[in-house]
Design a protein around this ligand. Structure first.
Ligand code: HEM
Length: 885
């Protein structure tokens, strides 16, 4: 903002909001509120019957391109150069930049502009610092005595000192003297008694009459104090040779005269005096008010104040002292000031007068603006419009974030440097995610900042922070990232749903996993395991080795289809089986290895507009179609299935909401069908690959660790003496089996990263500082890296089920294990998955021995690309039937 714009309307419009609201300001505010309430972008205004004002607060697109504000203030500026005609005749005042018109305004504006170049501002910064140093020592005394201050009075003194020093090289030290005539006179000018009388609107309503009789109302003895001051100073200067670091307008104007040759010395003097007094007054009250308002907001928002304080301390580490360079390098400070100016714009209305007729398309019609008409932007009302500033009554400096890339560095949080557009995602599709995440955590520590495109994402492997975010403060972190799927059924997946809808549906599917239901499903799992045993037996006798991932994929698909939908799929295990082929494609599509995969992560909105087909492929549609057919068949039959679909259907149908005080079903039958289909397909996919991968990895580890395999085998044999056959009760009674599965899930967590999105601002103490998490910021736990941290798992590359015996487990935070996530939004299928793993492993190890063959890798490797789930490669293990069987 430059001084020419700071004071465009007479002083009565400049508010001192927090200190003393004046009736006329209140009236204006009420009028503005009225405008907002009717949400009129544009309204005509009668002022004393003389002029018609068009008042607007419009930033919407005019001719699909420009808004009315932009059109009048910028694009068609040559039609709107002036402010209203005030025709001041008093010397000096009539030369104020704020009221000059046409060519004269242009000439003088361009002669004063060079007073505000970066070089000059830098020099003035030193003087400002000097005045602020004095203010600080005043503050120290006040803090020790009264402990509070009248902010407006204090800052008025400061801004008067600053403007006098910077503009005229004048040391006036008003800080030490509140009765100083500078302050008293300036305060009178900004808040004269006439502002509380009808006289104050004379100049607005009848400018000609005002010019004839009313000028003395405005050019008071208080204003003349400043004229005299400047006149004396200029006289003194004319007699001295001293150069001061001041605005030095005289030099500029003299230079102009040399070029165009029509300014007289007398006129130059008047112009210089005009601008000097104007700058003094314009720079005094507006800035003091803004400082006052800033202090008020900082006092009322301690989190913001503390964050600013920490930012300042960090910058001081780099720059040593507060100086021009320090403040230029503090975007958060600028955000705060912008938000204060939005909340309380010191100038309530900004106006232009039309100098050449013009018209604009507006809404369904056209608005004609005649020469002489005033156009007003009610800045306060504009700044408080919900449309432009959601929740306008909330003080939120984050509205002004221009680049999110300083989000973490401002808080002193480390992290890799982001690149434009991609943030930290560039090249990720070529990496191996598990290895990549381990390297990042090693390099940047347990809390660091990352950017998914422009989206800040806080990575955490600190167990206390994980506990706080995933459990304690769950109501701030109930959602995952926003991916607004539009495809039916997929948009109802539990994994992508948010807020209340997620809560309702989650609580309706949870009953599908009670102990009773799991026990019933255990029998079905056992049935599928028997089928698997036959398959493996045949392989053991022929090839003596198996591709574990392929074999177990067929098995887990069989299990989930049986348990969730009562569906028996024949020929499973056939390599070309469409179930397996389509499901495998979904978990490892070719896009994972291309930059396309970044789209939903980096630009979720763009993804929902253009990229959904990348995800909703024909392979996914195979499952959607399958479920749709099945539900149709069921609708026509009376049979009871007692499977997941039925449980979910019943629970979801029971949900009600109140309409006119009466409970009615929450969802329509069509919606219920979509929700049930959504969860069914999701369970099929979520339960298929994760469990198959875990079984694969278990076989690999058992093959590589024969001691552990033998110990497990003996445990199974012992238990079989008590239980006869593998069953739910038996696997619940085998802690060593559970230890092995936990160690496999630690070593190879199938879901590599878990995330939450913040829905309400929150902050935490961390290390020596505080980490602020704003609404919308993502939080990620890189699970693989967490599970391979030496601090939680010493000798972490050793496969050791003993880590999970009772004693060792008790010595470790439960939040260092996140294979199934944590808190209310953890894996809903965890108990089912554990049952399936336990029954399958017990039955297999009872009968078979796994061992390494030539193709078995020394260390299991996982596929490259931006995988969300681990994809083991070359998981070939030898198998033989045990003699005892
Ligand atoms: C070894 C097997 C499995 C592993 C390792 C696993 C892992 C996970 C993880 C890490 C999450 C995210 C949790 C979070 O954000 O805190 C998750 C969510 C989920 N899992 Fe599993 N899962 C497995 C098996 C299953 C099975 C068998 C099913 C279904 C029957 C299933 C259904 C789901 C669903 C629906 C969600 C989303 C929950 C929500 O957003 O409320 N998972 N799983």
């Amino acid at each position: 903002m430059n001084c020419g714009d700071v004071c465009p309307v007479p002083m009565r419009d400049i508010p001192q909001l927090p200190v003393e609201p004046r009736p006329n300001i209140l009236l204006l505010l009420l009028l503005y509120t009225h405008e907002c309430a009717y949400n009129h972008h544009l309204l005509a205004w009668e002022t004393g019957g003389v002029l018609t004002e068009s008042t607007w607060n419009d930033l919407t697109f005019l001719k699909k391109k420009d808004g009315l504000i932009k059109a009048t203030f910028v694009k068609d500026f040559d039609h709107f150069v002036d402010r209203r005609n005030l025709n001041f005749r008093k010397k000096i005042v009539r030369k104020w930049l704020s009221i000059l018109k046409g060519q004269e305004w242009k000439d003088i504006r361009s002669s004063v502009t060079p007073a505000f170049t970066t070089g000059k501002i830098k020099r003035m910064s030193l003087l400002i610092k000097d005045c602020v140093a004095k203010l600080c020592s005043t503050f120290k005394t006040v803090a020790q005595s009264e402990g509070k201050m009248d902010a407006k009075l204090t800052f008025s003194a400061l801004t008067m000192d600053v403007i006098a020093r910077c503009a005229f090289g004048l040391k006036i030290d008003t800080l030490d003297n509140k009765d100083d005539p500078f302050i008293k006179n300036a305060q009178f000018i900004f808040n004269p008694p006439s502002s509380k009388t009808p006289l104050s609107v004379l100049n607005f309503m009848y400018p000609k009459l005002f010019a004839m009789i009313g000028e003395s109302l405005f050019v008071t003895k208080e204003l003349k104090f400043f004229f005299e001051l400047i006149e004396n100073m200029m006289r003194e200067r004319a007699q001295s040779e001293q150069m001061r670091p001041s605005l030095n307008l005289r030099g500029k104007l003299t230079a102009r005269r040399c070029q165009c040759g029509h300014l007289r010395a007398e006129e130059i003097k008047e112009i210089v005096m005009g601008q000097s007094t104007l700058f003094m007054l314009a720079g005094f009250d507006t800035t003091a008010t803004t400082l006052t308002n800033t202090c008020f907001q900082l006092a009322r928002n301690p989190d913001i104040q503390e964050k600013l304080h920490e930012t300042i301390l960090r910058k001081l580490d780099d720059y040593g002292d507060v100086c021009h360079e320090t403040v230029q390098d503090m975007p958060y400070l600028e955000q705060i000031i912008q938000e204060v100016l939005r909340f309380y714009p010191p100038v309530l209305r900004i106006e232009r007068q039309c100098t050449k007729d013009i018209s604009y398309d507006y809404g369904n019609g056209r608005i004609h603006i005649k020469k002489g008409m005033i156009v007003t932007v009610p800045a306060y009302a504009l700044h408080h419009m919900e449309e432009y500033y959601p929740e306008p009554e909330t003080f939120d400096p984050e509205r002004y974030v221009t680049s999110t890339f300083n989000y973490f560095s401002d808080q002193g949080i480390p992290g890799p440097k982001p690149v434009p557009l991609f943030g930290n995602m560039w090249g990720i599709w070529r990496k191996n995610i598990s290895e990549h995440d381990v390297t990042q955590v090693k390099k940047y520590g347990k809390v660091f900042g990352w950017f998914d495109g422009p989206q800040p994402n806080l990575w955490i492997t600190d167990v206390e922070l994980i506990k706080a975010i995933f459990v304690k403060d769950f109501d701030h972190f109930a959602d995952r990232r926003t991916i607004n799927f539009k495809t039916k059924v997929v948009r109802k997946w539990l994994t992508v749903m948010r807020g209340q809808e997620w809560k309702d549906i989650r609580s309706s599917v949870t009953p599908a996993f009670t102990t009773g239901k799991i026990k019933r499903m255990s029998l079905l799992i056992k049935d599928c395991v028997d089928k698997l045993n036959n398959t493996i037996n045949a392989v053991a006798q022929s090839e003596g080795k198996m591709n574990a991932k392929l074999t177990f994929s067929a098995f887990t698909m069989d299990v989930i289809a049986r348990c969730a939908f009562g569906l028996k799929i024949d020929n499973l295990g056939d390599k070309d089986d469409p179930f397996i082929k389509n499901a495998q494609f979904i978990f490892n599509p070719p896009t994972m290895k291309t930059p396309l995969i970044l789209l939903p992560f980096m630009y979720p909105k763009l993804f929902s507009m253009v990229g959904e087909s990348l995800f909703v492929t024909k392979q996914l549609k195979f499952f959607l179609q399958l479920l749709e057919n099945m539900l149709r068949e069921r609708a026509q039959s009376e049979q009871k299935y007692n499977d997941f679909i039925e449980v979910a259907d019943e629970a979801i149908s029971e949900f009600t909401k109140k309409v006119d005080g009466k409970p009615v079903p929450m969802w329509s039958p069509e919606e219920i069908k979509e929700i049930v289909m959504g969860q069914s397909t999701l369970f099929m996919l979520a339960g298929f690959d994760t469990t198959a991968t875990t079984l694969t990895n278990t076989c690999f580890q058992l093959a590589r660790n024969p001691d552990i395999q033998e110990k497990l085998h003996e445990t199974i044999l012992r238990k079989l003496e008590d239980y006869e056959d593998v069953c739910h009760e038996m696997v619940q009674d085998m802690p060593y089996l559970e230890q092995i599965i936990h160690e496999v899930l630690r070593f190879y967590p199938p879901a590599l990263r878990i995330e939450r999105q913040c829905t309400k601002d929150i902050s935490y103490d961390y290390g020596n500082g505080r980490v602020y998490i704003k609404k919308g910021v993502l939080v990620t736990v890189p699970v693989y890296a967490l599970h391979h941290l030496e601090e939680y798992y010493p000798d972490h590359e050793t496969f050791d089920p003993e880590r999970w015996d009772q004693e060792n487990k008790a010595n470790r935070s439960p939040y260092s294990f996140m294979a199934f996530g944590s808190g209310p939004r953890n894996c809903v299928g965890m108990r089912f998955a554990m049952e399936e793993l336990k029954v399958a492993i017990s039955a297999l190890v009872q009968q078979f021995r796994f061992f390494p063959v030539a193709e078995t890798p020394e260390k299991l490797r996982f596929d490259d690309g931006f995988q969300t789930a681990l994809q083991p490669i070359n998981a070939i293990v030898g198998i033989e039937r045990r003699q005892s069987n």
